[in-house]
Design a protein around this ligand. Structure first.
Ligand SMILES: Cc1ncc(COP(=O)(O)O)c(C=O)c1O
Length: 355
């Protein structure tokens, strides 16, 4: 099989688990639909690709990825419109980002037929797993890892690429309380911060945990050299509004270039806001907070779409932001994105892939 002639073999489940699943009460990321796609790369090419019943993997204890972390992933969502059709939000953008992550992590490019074609076939088979109640969706998790049974530091020669899906309910929608982190760092210049790879998330676990114990939902990450510039909020991009200005850190090699972030930037430009993608200093945000001139701050990411930030902690002081009910921009952008994703309004930028 070569990249030009990829065929996805399908082995459907004998009995669906769907009738035992409670799609109206879904914990995030714990319920998995019937099928998964598994593709294998060896001897310099994608050697097989199949859709099989969702099941455990059989892995060697010497699997290189378990030790050295050569693994990348993506996260995107499918929704159902009123006619029951499946709509996927910006899958080609996730595909392009996965190619970039793969390059940074010395991994092979996944062919479009496997990534996009695989999502199409999986969603056709598991259409019934896309929930229909308000705020719910089917989370799609493509990922790839080095599959060599090998102890030593070098890129793997063999890889597995897998896609599975999970029906998920509306994400935690309470406004979040965050702390600007000035000791620990998520990503460094020249490092892997702009790749969607496991090491970045592993690095964030300890600082996130000690601060959750102090009552902060998330950390605002700052640059690893001076802790002077704002980078991201937890596992989301961060955006601010002051009057007609929307400002957000520009993508760099320490920031994951989010697809939600790009969608918000596009809508803000469509609506005539002065959108600034540029370095954002911690001090600039603190000065605005002190003068009560920061109208909105929010995280942007696939899981929550928009997470309103209600309080920001910095160096011993808690700064309150205006109530969520007054947030003209982020409430409007959240509603518009939801309306596009659920097919309730026109899709002016061609973001939706119909299955
Ligand atoms: C570190 C990080 N930043 C930002 C984002 C937001 O990206 P997206 O909007 O593509 O989900 C994510 C989530 O994928 C993330 O893990």
């Amino acid at each position: 099989m070569t990249i030009d002639t990829i065929q996805i073999d399908v082995q459907p489940v004998e009995k669906s688990k769907l009738e035992d699943a409670d799609l109206a009460n879904l914990p995030f990321g714990k319920v998995f639909s019937d099928h998964m796609l598994v593709a294998e790369y060896k001897e310099g090419q994608w050697a097989s690709c199949k859709i099989v019943p969702y099941t455990n993997l059989n892995l060697s204890p010497a699997l290189c990825t378990l030790h050295y972390g050569q693994t990348i992933f993506e996260g995107l969502k499918a929704y159902k419109n009123d006619k029951g059709e499946a709509l996927v939000f910006r899958p080609y953008d996730n595909y392009q980002r996965m190619l970039k992550s793969a390059e940074r992590m010395c991994m092979p490019a996944v062919p479009e037929e496997i990534f996009i074609g695989g999502i199409r076939q999986l969603l056709t088979l598991d259409h019934g797993w896309i929930p229909t109640h308000q705020g719910a969706s089917l989370y799609i998790r493509p990922f790839m890892f080095g599959a060599d049974e090998f102890i030593g530091i070098r890129p793997s020669d063999t890889y597995k690429f897998i896609i599975f899906t999970c029906p998920v309910g509306a994400y935690y929608t309470e406004p979040v309380n965050v702390k600007i982190e000035t000791e620990y760092t998520r990503a460094f210049p020249g490092g892997i911060g702009s790749a969607k790879t496991a090491g970045n998330y592993a690095a964030s676990l300890y600082p996130a945990r000690i601060n959750q114990e102090k009552g902060y939902h998330q950390l605002i990450w700052t640059d690893g050299i001076e802790h002077k510039y704002i980078e991201e909020a937890g596992t989301m991009n961060i955006m601010f509004r002051k009057g007609n200005q929307i400002f957000t850190p520009n993508p760099s090699d320490t920031i994951l270039n989010g697809i939600t972030r790009r969608s918000v930037v596009q809508l803000a430009k469509d609506w005539g806001y002065d959108v600034q993608e540029r370095p954002v200093e911690v001090q600039e945000v603190i000065d605005l907070l002190k003068k009560n001139e920061l109208d909105e701050a929010f995280g942007a990411g696939t899981a929550a779409t928009i997470a309103h930030i209600i309080r920001i902690h910095h160096k011993g002081v808690d700064y309150e932001l205006p109530p969520v009910s007054q947030r003209t921009f982020s409430n409007k952008v959240l509603k518009t994105l939801d309306d596009i994703k659920y097919g309730r309004i026109a899709d002016p930028h061609g973001w939706i892939m119909h299955i």
